[in-house]
Design a protein around this ligand. Structure first.
Ligand code: FES
Length: 115
């Protein structure tokens, strides 16, 4: 017997549900062999590869995501670089002017997928 109503995480290619990403916060997910940071503000979700342009290491996970501040920026746990949600640009810190690599996502029926 097959089921018609699988959980969103089990749908082919799904990263997670929108509601699994805290509003104003982040969540890290696996996309194949890559670690991806998802950040959310309201209904908007952005994705970035979890690799800091400063030392090419992960930003450092905290509680399943990376550190965020006021729903505006992500912070690398290693040397406190700040990256904007909307474009991944580093606006303060040792790699100011660099940016996180985007990982485009799309939302369908409350589920986040790679774009
Ligand atoms: S490794 Fe991210 S700020 Fe240094």
């Amino acid at each position: 017997m097959t089921s018609c109503c699988r959980e969103p995480e089990q749908r082919a290619g799904a990263l997670c549900r929108v509601e699994d990403v805290p509003d104003g916060g982040s969540r890290t997910v696996s996309a194949g062999a890559q670690s991806v940071i998802l950040v959310r503000r309201g209904e908007a979700v952005w994705g970035y590869l979890n690799r800091c342009p400063h030392f090419s290491i992960t930003l450092g996970a905290a509680h399943g995501g990376v550190l965020t501040y006021e729903g505006q920026v992500m912070m690398c746990a290693h040397h406190s670089a700040l990256f904007r949600f909307e474009d991944g640009q580093c606006i303060e810190g040792p790699c100011q002017g660099a940016a996180l690599d985007p990982y485009p996502v799309r939302i369908a029926a409350g589920v986040v997928y790679p774009a």
